[in-house]
Design a protein around this ligand. Sequence first.
Ligand code: GLU
Length: 548
Amino acid sequence: MTALEQLAELLFPNVTKTPEDYEALYPPRNLKEGARVVRIAPSPTGYLHLGVLFTATINYLTARSTDGVFFFRLEDTDKKREVDGGAEDILAGLRQYGLEIDEGYQGETASIGDYGPYRQSDRAEIYHAFVKALVLQNLAYPCFCTPDELSAVREKQDGQKLRTGYYGEFATCRSLTPEQAMEKIRAGLPYVMRLRSPGDESHRIKFDDMIKGTIEIPENDQDIVLLKTDGIPTYHFAHAIDDHLMRTTHVIRGDEWIASVPTHIQLFRVLGFKPPKYAHVSPIMKEEDGSKRKLSKRKDPEAAVHFYTEQGYPPESVMEYLHTIANSDYEDWRRCNPDKPRSAFPFNLKKMSVSGALFDLNKLNDVSKNVIAGMTAEQVTDAVIDWARDYAPDWHALLSKDIAFTTGLFSIDRGGAKPRKDLAKWSDVPAYAEYFFNAPSEYPWPENLSAEDIRTILKAYLPVYDPTQDKQAWFETIKALCPAVGFCPEVKEYKKQPDAYKGHAGDVSTVIRVAVTGRRNTPDLCGIMSLLGKDAVAKRLNAALNTL
Ligand code: GLU
């Protein structure tokens, strides 16, 4: 056995498989030309946040628009920062937003696909086999430097205004002979495994990022850590191994990784792999005090995907909105194709914002109003009741008591060419629907009318009120009572001679509206009155009359 072989055996006595074995186990995928294999690879260090949902959406769209594969890999190598239930939350969130995965980690005991395991903590033996192979080629070595020694080096570098890190003359363990390394291992010294970087900082590498364009950065010359003391890989190393063996064609991820691309490309080359294509997604930005900053997990509640669930935004609305910030021509496309499924949109990575799309809650509300306006009353009823079960228990009881009534209230002014757009989210429902369940306690009467006028109108209306009337007959009744109470039945006529009347038919219906609902503005009043029913309406009209 050569000294390197002895060292490799001492480092990895249990590794029996070789890289070739894994190449055979995970063969290139048999997909049609142009199909892209992409993934979302979150770390379970928190709950699902908007940035991950956005990046997942971009990956999903890329896979779907090329008949490719979208898979989920759980990057759980940082056990210290792991949050209980984080992985499940992320998985549930992706499912909730309709980002169905084709392959990947599905929970503690489940996974789909032939390229797993899809959880990094289950892949130790694979990483070790590849490091062992690198040791045999003298491309990786154990490093015994202690944290204290490493910080002393950093201080020295800082003092001399040099680049910090483990490279060149500072990479002291690089020059240990296999025999010296073995002696230290046998003596029980802890170690990490490092790459023997073939890079030269004075050379630059050039790569084409599919979102950001051509990027040039100095080559990596740092002997980066491949395996930590506990044998767990670093992100960099796991990325190269996993994305190669899982046959990822396009790595679409947050742009905080751009600076690491030279290291990643170097790793792919050293390992004999073809590097994937990269696309780095700019973070979602927020405007604050006139300037742009990154949406922050710490500062902005809307950065957490839970926010949208709690507020009751339909997942459909959030998705629709994320599409508008993914490709700026999405909105025009939607305007021209209001009824097409989103999947028909020609998504293109190249049309993504380089500087970072701006997140705007008002815009989301507008998008969501359109989405909700396009839903059926039954869909709205189901979704609102689901939302209220968790976030507004009192309303859950009210809304589920009589489903036909609830569906009825959401049917008013729904459909047709110009549906009303009152609701942006389910938490708007209590304010919107209050008067359907409770008689008004306040009456914002029109200011131009006196109490006497209002009383006269209500008194005149009570005997002619007919709950069986349709919208047209209902309004005819209002118009018909106008002359007797001093109002003009036609607005046009009224405008010609405003002094001749106290107001017009619209004012009369506003009085009835305020008496029945406590509001000046509501959807179709005839619909509201017929849903409330004769007794309730008569009671409300009389109650209003009694306050005057
Ligand atoms: N686990 C990495 C992160 O959460 C994934 C980056 C990647 O997609 O490669 O940032």
